[in-house]
Design a protein around this ligand. Structure first.
Ligand code: SF4
Length: 357
C-alpha cells in the first residue's frame, strides 16, 4: 500500500505552485525542529504559501493534539486525539542509569500505532476496548514530534503503546522511515524497538528491510493451547512458527531479539512455564546466544482485565529457573503503574467493549 504523508502532499503543493525548492526545506524544518504548532507561524514563508498550506492540510502542523496529560514519578502520559476524533496514548519514560560510574538520564517514548486493538489479548486494557482505527504514518510520527515540540525529546522510541504495530505495517514502517531518514528525525535504527505478538509476515518484512531495529516478541506463555486462550492470535500464528521467523531474523541480523513475558498470577508464572520457556530459548545456539527474556510483573491498572500481579516468591522462583539454564533475562522495573501508563494499561478514556472476566 502506498502511503501519502504530509510531506508528500507539501511537495505536490509546492510543485503545483512552482515554488522554489528551498521552501520545502523551510517547511520541513518547521515541522521537525521548530517549536511552532501552526503553518501560519512559519515566519520565513510568504503569506500566500502559508494560506495554501493551511487550506491543503489545516493550519495545525501536527495531526494529533493533546487532550489531557498525567505526570507520574517516572512516566509522563499524554492522551492525544487525532483529527478524526480517535484517542491514543503516548508515554515518556525516564530511566536513571549508571554507566561506568557516570549517572545518566535516558528518556524513552512508548508510542501507539493503532487506536484500540482488534487482537483481544485478555490481559491487555487496549485489547479490552476493541479496535478503533489504524493510525496514519503522520499520526504515529507526530507522537514523537509532539514531545520534541514541547521540549521533551526522546533517546529511544518503543512501538509498544496502543495497538499491534505489525497489524498496521505500512503506516508503522513509513513512520519508521521518517524517523530514521537523514532529512527526517535522523535517529539511528538501533534506538527504535518494535514489539509484536508474532505477526509472521511483518516479522519477515522487518528481517528483510529493517534488520537494525530492535525486535521483541510478546510471548507471555510458552504453551500454544494456553497462549491461544490468553492471546487468540496464537491460532493464526503458533509459537513454533513465530520462533522459526525469529530464528531467521537472528541468522540474518545477528543481534539480540527480546522475548517479552508478562507474569500473571496463577496463569503463566509457574515453574512448569519457566522450564518450557527455557526449552524454547535454548532450542538453538543462536537463541541461547541472542535471545533476551524481559520479564514484566503484570499491573492490574484500571481493572479492565481480570488478572493479578504475581507474588514476589513466584517471580523469584521463575527467575531462578531462567538463571540456572543460563537464559539472558531481566526483570523490568515497574514503571508508570501510578498513572496507568505501564505495559498493557493504555486504554485512553475508552470503556471496555464487554465486561472482563
Ligand atoms: S497486547 Fe498488543 S496485540 Fe494484544 S490486545 Fe494489547 S495492544 Fe493488541
Amino acid at each position: 500500500m502506498t502511503i501519502t504523508t504530509r510531506l508528500d502532499r507539501i511537495k505536490q503543493l509546492l510543485k503545483k505552485g512552482n515554488f522554489p525548492k528551498f521552501r520545502f526545506e523551510q517547511i520541513r524544518n518547521a515541522i521537525y525542529s521548530d517549536k511552532i504548532s501552526r503553518f501560519s507561524q512559519i515566519s520565513n514563508l510568504p503569506k500566500s504559501l502559508k494560506e495554501q498550506l493551511a487550506k491543503e492540510l489545516g493550519d495545525e502542523i501536527l495531526t494529533v493534539k493533546k487532550v489531557h496529560e498525567m505526570i507520574g514519578k517516572q512516566a509522563h502520559k499524554v492522551l492525544l486525539e487525532t483529527a478524526d476524533g480517535h484517542q491514543i496514548e503516548t508515554v515518556r519514560l525516564t530511566y536513571y542509569l549508571k554507566q561506568n560510574g557516570v549517572r545518566k538520564i535516558h528518556h524513552s517514548l512508548c508510542i501507539s500505532t493503532q487506536s484500540g486493538c482488534a487482537l483481544g489479548c485478555l490481559f491487555c486494557a487496549t485489547g479490552a476496548i476493541g479496535f478503533k482505527k489504524n493510525l496514519t504514518a503522520d499520526e504515529i510520527l507526530d507522537q514523537v514530534l509532539y514531545f520534541i515540540k514541547n521540549d521533551m525529546p526522546a533517546d529511544s522510541i518503543i512501538f509498544m503503546g496502543m495497538g499491534e504495530p505489525l497489524a498496521n505495517p505500512d503506516n508503522t514502517l513509513r513512520a519508521i522511515d521518517l524517523m530514521i531518514a537523514k532529512d527526517g528525525l535522523s535517529m539511528s535504527p538501533r534506538r527504535l524497538s518494535l514489539s509484536t505478538v508474532g505477526i509472521i509476515p511483518g516479522i519477515e518484512r522487518l528481517t528483510r528491510d529493517y534488520g537494525s531495529i530492535n525486535l521483541a516478541f510478546s510471548l507471555h506463555n510458552p504453551f500454544n493451547e494456553e497462549r491461544a486462550k490468553l492471546m487468540p492470535i496464537t491460532n493464526a500464528y503458533p509459537i513454533e512458527k513465530v520462533m522459526t521467523a525469529i530464528d531467521e531474523h537472528l541468522k540474518v541480523n545477528n543481534h539480540k531479539v527480546f522475548l517479552a513475558y508478562i507474569l500473571l498470577k496463577d496463569v503463566n508464572d509457574s515453574q512448569r512455564h519457566a522450564k518450557a520457556l527455557t526449552d524454547l530459548a535454548r532450542a538453538t545456539p543462536d537463541r541461547l546466544r541472542l535471545l533476551h527474556v524481559n520479564l514484566i510483573r503484570y499491573n492490574p491498572g484500571n481493572s479492565l482485565t481480570p488478572y493479578q500481579k504475581p507474588t514476589n516468591s513466584m517471580v523469584e522462583k521463575f527467575q531462578a529457573i531462567l538463571t540456572s539454564y543460563k537464559i539472558h533475562h531481566t526483570l523490568r522495573q515497574d514503571f508508570g503503574t501510578d498513572i496507568n501508563a505501564a505495559c498493557g494499561q493504555l486504554a485512553a478514556t475508552y470503556k471496555p467493549k464487554q465486561s472482563p472476566g
